[in-house]
Design a protein around this ligand. Sequence first.
Ligand code: AMP
Ligand code: GLY
Length: 423
Amino acid sequence: MKVLIVGGGGREHAITWAVAKSPRVDKIYAAPGNAGIAELAECVDISVMDAEKLVAFAKEKEIDFVIVGPDDPLAAGVADAFLDAGIKTFGPRKNAAIIEASKAFSKDLMKKYDIPSAKYETFTDPGKALDFLKTMNPPYVIKADGLALGKGVLICQNLDEASAGIREIMIDKKFGDSGNKIVIEEFMTGREVSVLCYSDGKTIRPMTSAQDHKRAGDGDTGLNTGGMGTFSPSPFYTAEVQKFCEENIYQKTIDAMAAEGREFKGVLFVGLMLTPDGPKVLEYNARFGDPEAQVVIPRMKNDIIDVMEACADGTLDKINLEFDDNAAVCVMLASDGYPVSYEKGFEIKGLENFKGRDDYFVFHSGTKFQDGKVVTNGGRVIGVVARGNDLKQARANAYKATELVNFENKYMRHDIGKAIDEA
Ligand code: AMP
Ligand code: GLY
């Protein structure tokens, strides 16, 4: 089978790594890929947003199966373009990817189908939004409706901050049209857990749990990022929490989407907050998380092609999803200054230390080849992933492995998985 993977981040490297293990796969292409993916796949320089070129390439190479990784192309209908051309594709259509692309849509869906989440109101008028905030108590949670690289959520401690935030999003258009509408939400407290679920539109198969670290600095300080590190499983995702979510959240969400005529096929990422009143949905994403994929996929026992194909074919009920009884930790190596401003183009040294290892490895996020060398090419550069028999061992292995790879301006958090000690 010939597979095309659309995307070029750490998530897509983890997907490519799993696809390369499938005995069913003869050839992998990636668009655009990165320097790590290039070791497993032939990379082609086509933008993830260029549906026309992607489909033409897939036809020319007689691709049997396409996997669309990132949120932007899914929201823009890139999966639809492949499907409409008769090419089997993993990833939701645009009308289902809206569950991530519009926070107002997802909040309305949860309200209509009684799925636990924070109370909220949506606004298109900044003045009315501010008037509403005056009736609430801080901290205030303000979210841009559309996609904003994971940075469209503000938690404000007072009305001045909230007012400035509303101005940035709605008037200055910091996130473009994503800020035409905002959602104001009740503030929730508790542990956060991410659960990624395969779905074929009818059946849902939750994967093992994970936890991300979104803030740039140690101790959860600094700005929100795409994700600075993850661990899996979460010790806080107990059997009781899992049962509640299976009964009240996962299947209900897929059924709600089907009832709305928006069949969801692909990965539904459920961001949960374990509040004192029980688990509630913080957000949905329509794809694997990054860097959640980097710790969840290596723990999956199944052939990823079998599972993804079952999602596309509507036969997920035949799949028994299995995970290793171990743990994994990912520490993201970033460029100093991320997520604000940072330099690129530094040589990455030590990658040979990871060759042929199965206990620790690297997934490239922002890298490329330059003059025969692998160089930094993004804010998030490389995810160092290690397995262990338990979380503490995986964490120790991951931090040890971070010492094996070096580049100028290397930056990482030193407290990924600190919560493990509190479990
Ligand atoms: P989101 O992109 O919606 O997951 O939001 C990003 C982050 O903001 C979450 O991971 C939470 O840490 C925080 N957050 C979002 N919504 C709320 C809320 N209603 N209450 C408290 N924190 C929130
Ligand atoms: N790591 C969070 C996300 O992928 O949205």
